[in-house]
Design a protein around this ligand. Structure first.
Ligand code: DX5
Ligand code: ZN
Length: 221
């Protein structure tokens, strides 16, 4: 039951870091809808990626909404830097704490779309009291920290539960999925109610970015 058109957000983590500007231009030309930017601090997750400086450099080279996934703790001291660097969506993990409701208020106050990210071990109910402040719910279908991991199928039930929660609320909230999404797992996510798909390896690992994006979107080229 796809409810909105499926958006594709390639994750820059899987791009060639020696030529990031060209990579971003290539996926934009290939039909990507959002650019997913994974921020890792080596503390909240066991990997380190990049920060607001890189986002600022890329901002002037792309019109795509920048979908910023913070895997950092703490979150609040860095929100302004990411907003000023050019993030359009700022998403964080409630475990990064300590006060997710306050963090969502702060993101909205910065004029940005706000998102809550649910790890495979995080229950659906965490998001319920936060719905009034949420624009995006991001379901992790891998444990966060690395690209190229295997899709965890048990997260499909979580997506379906969140789809029911969103529909019952009547709110305009996107349901995004991140981790191990490819042409095989994407239709399962869409069937479970997801409307936005992050894909790193499946897009940047392909020879033809447009064909890869269409395949994940479940459309023929
Ligand atoms: C993992 C990141 C993902 C990752 C996805 O912590 O949040 O965005 O880049 O990569 P793939 O699509 O390769 O699983
Ligand atoms: Zn991500």
């Amino acid at each position: 039951m796809p409810q909105q058109n499926t958006l594709i957000a390639p994750s820059l983590l899987a791009a060639d870091f020696s030529r990031l500007g060209a990579e971003v231009a290539a996926i934009e030309a290939a039909g990507a809808d959002w650019l997913h930017l994974d921020i890792m601090d080596g503390h909240f997750v066991p990997n380190i990626s990049f920060g607001p400086g890189l986002i600022k450099s890329l901002r002037k080279h792309s019109k795509m909404p920048f979908d910023v996934h913070l895997m950092i703790a703490p979150v609040d001291p860095y929100l302004t830097a990411f907003a000023e660097a050019g993030a359009d969506h700022i998403m964080f993990h409630p475990e990064a704490g300590p006060h997710p409701h306050r963090t969502l208020q702060a993101i909205r106050a910065l004029g940005k779309k706000s998102g809550i990210v649910l790890n495979p071990g995080t229950p659906v109910g965490v998001v319920e009291p936060l719905l009034e402040l949420v624009d995006i719910i991001l379901v992790m279908s891998v444990n966060p920290g690395f690209g190229g991991q295997k899709f965890i199928h048990s997260q499909l039930d979580k997506m379906a539960a969140l789809r029911r929660m969103i529909d019952a609320s009547g709110r305009n909230i996107r349901l995004e999925v991140d981790g191990g999404v490819d042409a095989i797992t994407a239709p399962l996510c869409i069937a479970a109610g997801a409307d936005t798909l992050v894909a790193g390896t499946a897009v940047f690992g392909a020879a033809d970015y447009a064909a890869a994006i269409n395949a994940v979107r479940c459309e023929t080229a």
